[in-house]
Ligand binder design. Sequence first.
Ligand SMILES: [Fe+2]
Length: 345
Amino acid sequence: MKLDVMLPVKAVSWGLGVMGQEKSFIANPIIGSARLNRMGLHRARVRFAERMAAARRARMHAVPEADRAAYDRDGFVVKENYLPPEVFEAVCREAFETPLPAWEMRQGHTVTRMTPLTLSRRDRAPASVAAVRDPALRALTGYVAGRSGEPIHFIQTVIAEPSGGEADPQTALHADTFHSTAKFWLFLHDVGEEDGPFIFSPGSHRLTPERLDWEYRQSLTARADARAHHSFGSFRILPADLEALGYAAPRRMAVKANTLVVADTFGFHSRAPSDHATTRVELHGYLRRNPFTPWNEADYQSLPGIRGRQLDIHLGWKDFSATRLGKPRVWQPVGNLTGRDPARL
Ligand SMILES: [Fe+2]
């Protein structure tokens, strides 16, 4: 048998992963262990994360009562006519007319373009950077995520061309991970029922006893599951199985331009498939942190020099590891593009 000299290092990193937000049943053999999961490892992580999130949320006082109530009931908060009209116009001009450094990723027949809204873009997209960094939005995102902190922000352009390629894996109903995390979208144009809107099962962010039992059962077989995203810890579910977990039928969230949606993606959600080509442009943010800490904030991503620049640092590192170390890239740099430009990948 070949001895892996890196095993002790890997073992420490796997152990730390179990104590943090790591979710993959493939990449981490402790998380993926059927034996440990039979003993309740995954179930304990899910339950403990939920308790800690509730304790942290109870200490977040900056979020208005109406928003807390909407989140607690549905798992998402919707705000129409979110930005003042003149600010919204400025944001649209930046997103649709200003070429900005962009990266793209293809999943099946859908291309997602990411245009970072880091602090270094304040000169070319001031209204957009200010909008995503608004303190009230930051607080609401933290509440939905169950832990406040510094989100990652970018303009997201989703270009779906259903005529070619494989299905988009994001159109299968799923939870992103085993604990609360937040994503927000400020839609820059109307998204109709048939334009591939966001879908969410209201209330499915709540950990019912049935959901906990379902999580337990998934954990026993997830490592061997043929659905890649499922085995990576982003569990897929059939719409017909939601009711047994105590959840409502999925709702299609058609929205008007200038609508903000902030959702906890522990709840079951997806992108609706569309039978025609669609392009969706939105200001997007997400926040996912170690779910087990008793505290809010106090995270290295909030440190001066990192805060608001996380994507620049991340993409710089990915660029280095692709060009110098030959590692594959998930996001491909595609130069300076606007939200109107066709997909480059
Ligand atoms: Fe998702």
